[in-house]
Structure formats: C-alpha cells, structure tokens
Design a protein around this ligand. Structure first.
Ligand code: DX5
Ligand code: ZN
Length: 229
C-alpha cells in the first residue's frame, strides 16, 4: 500500500486508536500485530527512541521494516531522536507512512516537513508537553499530522498531562479538519473523551492496551469513547 494511500486511509478513518509499539511483546511481534489486527486496530504507532533526545533507547529502521512486512496497516512513526533529518529517508524506505519528528529536535521544521512530503510520506510534527504552541507557528500548512504529547516523551505508563488539551483545542480552531490531530501519553478510558472533545482524532495508546489478555474489548471501548459512531 503506497504511503499516500495509507495517509489518506488514516485521514478518512478518524477517530483512530493507534497502539504504541513500546510496551508490546517484541519477542512475538508477528503474533502481536495479528492480535491487534483481529482487535480491529486501523494503524500502528511506532516509538523510535535514540537515548539522546529522550533517556530511553528502543529500535530503528530494521524493526520498522519487519513490521512493514507483517502488515499493510498505516505505520505512524514517532521519532524521538536528535538529528531526525539524517534518518527520515531511511524510515521512509523502511515503510513508515507518517513520519513525525519533534520540533524541539530541529532548527528548521519547515524544511524537514517539506522533505518528508517529498519522500511521499505524511509529515508529522510533535510537541513535548512543555513546548509552547507558538513553537510550531509557520509550520501548520506543511503538516499532515500534529502530535500534542500528554506525557514527557521517553516512556509509557506515565500520568496524563492535561496541558495537551489546551493545545488541541487551539489547534482545532486553527486547522479544523485539515490536519490530523494526535495525542500521545496516558491515553486511556478515563482520559480519551476529554482528548476527543478537545479536538484529537488520533489516539496513541500503550499501557491501556498492552498487558490485556484480549485486545478486542479495550480497543472497541476506546474507539467508542473516542466518538466512533
Ligand atoms: C512515549 C511514547 C508514547 C507511549 C504511550 O514517549 O511516545 O507513545 O508509549 O504509552 P502510554 O499509553 O502507556 O502512555
Ligand atoms: Zn509515541
């Protein structure tokens, strides 16, 4: 499935629950992907961490490639790395459909957003909780997705930070439905409705899904709470 078609698929499917592949069983990746597909999941969120931008280290292109071979679902790749400009080409090659980098990690977000689009992928821009919305001024026209983090990037299982809700509300007023608005961190059945009301259409969920015996019921419950009729 070419990247643009997968970006269009994501855009037309809101609200979408995107399981974050950070707390999954990496020793049984194929089984995890099949279980998520059977649970009705419509995309995957891949958390790439380099141990520099965030104090944690996860995986890179080989795992993205492996997951690309396992499924044609849209892959939403969240780069929590320094120098993302060095790697967006390789992540696009590896099969990422949306490539999201942190505005805090670059000097010129506009040029990297353009580069990601030129590669054929959807261009995403992420803000950590403490980053002011004004930091992404002048970039919105080049974003396919904007990610308002509701936890400090680097780890799952953290407490939801409501600061993301203000950003989502203001972003929704500015971009309407033109840009996919995503929230990531501490999203679960007690926080997801407020995220949807604030304007998010894309919900990254880690610990609220993984560790459950059966992914189906929790994915269905979160999808309904997110506003899927
Ligand atoms: C944190 C990651 C998130 C995280 C979500 O840096 O970007 O995607 O894994 O996990 P939960 O849902 O447990 O907060
Ligand atoms: Zn993430």
């Amino acid at each position: 499935m070419p990247q643009r078609a997968n970006v269009a698929r994501l855009r037309s499917s809101a609200p979408v629950i995107l399981p974050s592949l950070l707390l999954c069983d990496f020793g049984n990746l194929e089984r995890e992907v099949r279980r998520l597909e059977e649970a009705g999941v419509e995309g995957l969120h891949l958390d790439v961490m380099d141990g520099c931008f965030v104090p944690n280290l996860t995986y890179g292109m080989p795992i993205v490639q492996a997951i690309r071979r396992l499924t044609d679902m849209p892959l939403d790749v969240h780069l929590m790395i320094v120098d993302p400009e060095q790697y967006v080409g390789q992540f696009s090659e590896a099969g990422a459909d949306v490539i999201t980098f942190h505005v805090e990690a670059v000097k010129n977000p506009r040029s990297l957003l353009e580069r990601i689009r030129d590669l054929g992928a959807g261009a995403g821009l992420a803000m950590s909780p403490e980053t002011e919305l004004s930091r992404i001024d002048g970039c919105l026209d080049l974003c396919d997705l904007i990610l308002a983090m509701s936890v400090a990037p680097g780890f799952g299982k953290q407490k939801f930070d409501e600061i993301a809700l203000d950003k989502l509300r203001r972003l929704k007023q500015i971009v309407g439905d033109d840009v996919m608005l995503e929230v990531d961190g501490g999203v679960n059945k007690t926080t997801i409705e407020r995220c949807a009301e604030a304007g998010a259409g894309y919900f990254v969920v880690g610990s609220a899904i993984f560790g459950k015996e059966d992914y189906g019921p929790v994915v269905r419950e979160l999808t309904q709470l997110a506003g899927r009729r």
